[in-house]
Design a protein around this ligand. Structure first.
Ligand code: AMP
Length: 279
């Protein structure tokens, strides 16, 4: 993995793929995203590297299964920005609710998420506002899974304007629907470091065990066939218009998501670097 040209993100880049020591906390080596995942007054113990004037602020668009999470990790390593996924926040609610630490918003969101339905805009927006500090973090951000509706996009624009920051680009990943369904149904995720695998295209070395940290792999509840169908329908209905919204604002960069994660990342990098050179 190459390091970015503009600044490090190096804590991440240097540890990615090498963290195989049993018992070692893989996520702690990277930006720990604690402010985003937990919200409230929590501060990141390992914040992204902060370089004045250069934070990159991206939004990722793409249907479930298109590989946004995998690309976000690579973009984070190369451009240094912090990977912020609303889905990760909702998934963490499960653990927080067991420990009695989840906010009422997170608890409400869990039922929608389990059914594969979109969480109502009001809950999502409150949750993002609670984490507005991440929008002005000197490390920049990569929003993954938010915004998902035009109403969310409008609220994000208002929030960024209020904070005096703007988006660098909106990266839109595209893949035919039948390929997406195959990807999702075979996906397995690490319960420890959240690394993603696929039972046929990217299997772990040992069945059911994470290559990176040795924790167990699991299938996400919302990767069941019924949830996948609901999520695709919702994506088409709600998220499609976002492309038009960001295209009108000259922020949309569309990338074909066919090929290996590295090929897709190189395509992303070429498009982004030429866009950044033009600005
Ligand atoms: P993801 O990991 O992005 O696929 O998100 C998993 C689930 O979390 C989705 O199926 C929704 O139930 C919920 N979710 C995540 N982000 C949003 C959002 N921006 N708006 C509504 N629901 C969301």
């Amino acid at each position: 993995m190459e390091n970015g040209p503009h600044r490090a993100g190096r804590v991440f880049a240097e540890t990615q793929g090498k963290c195989v020591e049993p018992g070692k906390d893989y996520m702690e080596q990277q930006n720990d995203r604690a402010s985003w995942i937990t919200g409230g007054r929590v501060r990141c113990r390992v914040p992204p590297p902060s370089v004045p004037g250069v934070p990159f602020r991206f939004v990722l668009l793409g249907a479930p299964g298109v590989g946004k999470g995998t690309q976000a990790e690579r973009i984070a390593a190369y451009y240094g920005s912090c990977h912020l996924s609303t889905g990760d926040v909702f998934r963490s609610a499960k653990q927080l609710s067991e420990d009695g630490r989840a906010s009422p918003n997170l608890l409400k969101a869990l039922d929608y998420m389990r059914r594969g339905e979109l969480v109502p805009d009001g809950i999502v927006l409150e949750l993002v506002r609670e984490r507005a500090g991440c929008m002005v973090c000197g490390g920049g951000f990569i929003l993954d899974g938010f915004p998902r509706t035009v109403a969310q996009a409008e609220a994000l624009s208002a929030l960024l304007e209020e904070k005096g920051v703007s988006l660098t680009a909106v990266l839109n990943y595209e893949l035919p629907i039948e390929r997406l369904v195959t990807r999702l149904s075979g996906r397995r995720v690490c319960s420890g470091c959240r690394a993603a695998f696929h039972i046929t295209t990217h299997p772990p070395r040992v069945d059911g065990v994470c290559d990176h940290c040795g924790e167990a792999l699991y299938q996400r509840e919302d990767d069941s066939p019924e949830s996948i169908r609901v999520r695709m329908e919702q994506y088409e209905a709600n998220t499609g218009p976002l492309k038009a919204y960001y295209s009108r604002r000259n922020l949309l960069v569309t990338i074909e998501a066919e090929g290996t994660p590295e090929e897709i990342f190189q395509r992303t990098r070429v498009k982004l670097d030429s866009l950044l050179t033009l600005r």
